[in-house]
Design a binder for this molecule. Structure first.
Ligand code: GLV
Ligand code: GLV
Length: 321
């Protein structure tokens, strides 16, 4: 038998991929920044035994029914809402993701976004670069404190826990809401489980880290924002579709909440005309939660390790199903 044929839907650094070429027959979409063309992907999938996919590819029934020899999809992300798990299961295709290796990096970014939003870091940088710094004044760019405030984490998985750990350094009170209780976070970090509404009412920072599922789709809607404190800050580092973006825009414009920090949007990439980008109280990032070079390399290797293990008949490191 020849080497398993693996298609990678984005150009990854050759220094990462090269060592795997002994074992796998690897081909890559040549662009690093642009998503693979759907028609071409379908063509490639017809001849592939394994795929490494990005969030930007929809792995759905239409694609899977072309994928006669496909055995495994390794998604370069912890989230896998871009994959139709019912279809992969029906077609007998294994799916893996990249948990754990990105938790610290994503928690760092989430907390940076929180501090940047609360302390108006981006506005302050723009202010000085635009030559507006003519005077010192007592309330110039005055923001919100972080220390000793209450953080409410929605989605207490590994990343949530790691954000909570950072919050302890700021002496914050930690509330959380999750499908199941996280005893480790309760015992080790003093996180307190509360119901969703209670979390919204009591938190100064509402931090969304929940995966996108049918239950969490537009979880943060008009009612949710109305329930938050007037000076609450909303942070989203999970998936854009967990939020009703129009409701968020309304809540900020009407002063129902103070500000938001967003690493994710419903339809990515967004253009510079997106209404949320027009609000000075909103800090926006282009979905870079896990984007450190070390972590992205680790994620790439984890995808390729999972694929190698699959074809060797070994247990997968991070199976989704
Ligand atoms: C990024 O959003 C991920 O799911 O890893
Ligand atoms: C989810 O899987 C997480 O790591 O938070």
């Amino acid at each position: 038998m020849g080497k398993p044929k693996v298609y990678i839907t984005r150009a990854l650094p050759e220094e990462v991929v090269e060592p795997y070429r002994n074992e796998l027959d690897i081909e890559m979409w040549p662009e690093a920044e642009e998503a693979v063309d759907r028609e071409l992907l379908i063509e490639k999938v017809r001849q592939s035994d394994g795929l490494v996919t990005m969030l930007s590819e929809s792995i759905d029934e239409a694609l899977l029914k072309e994928a006669e020899s496909l055995k495994i999809v390794a998604n370069l992300a912890v989230g896998y809402d871009n994959i139709d798990l019912k279809s992969t299961q029906e077609h007998g295709v294994a799916v893996t993701n990249t948990p754990d290796v990105l938790s610290d990096t994503t928690a760092d970014l989430t907390f940076s976004l929180l501090t940047a939003t609360a302390r108006r870091i981006v506005e302050a940088d723009t202010y000085i670069k635009e030559g507006k710094w003519q005077h010192w004044s007592p309330l110039l760019l005055a923001g919100h404190d972080i220390h000793h405030k209450t953080i409410g984490i929605v989605g207490m998985g590994r990343i949530g826990e790691t954000v909570a750990k950072r919050a302890t350094g700021f002496e914050m009170d930690i509330l959380y809401h999750n499908r199941s209780r996280n005893r480790k976070a309760e015992e080790e970090l003093g996180a307190v489980y509360v119901d969703f509404d209670d979390l919204l009412r009591r938190s100064d920072f509402v931090v969304c880290l929940t995966p996108l599922t049918e239950e969490t789709h537009r979880l943060f809607d008009k009612q949710a924002f109305a329930m938050m404190k007037d000076d609450a800050i909303f942070i989203n580092a999970s998936r854009g579709a967990v939020v009703d973006e129009k409701a968020l825009e309304h809540a900020i414009k009407e002063g129902e909440i103070a500000a938001a920090g967003l690493d994710v949007f419903e339809n990515e990439p967004i253009s510079k005309d997106h209404p949320l980008l027009q609000l000075p109280q909103v800090v926006c990032l282009p979905h870079i939660g896990s984007a450190s070079k070390e972590t992205r390399y680790a994620m790439m290797r984890l995808c390729l390790d999972n694929i190698c293990r699959h074809f060797r008949g070994e247990t997968l490191i991070s199976p989704v199903q």
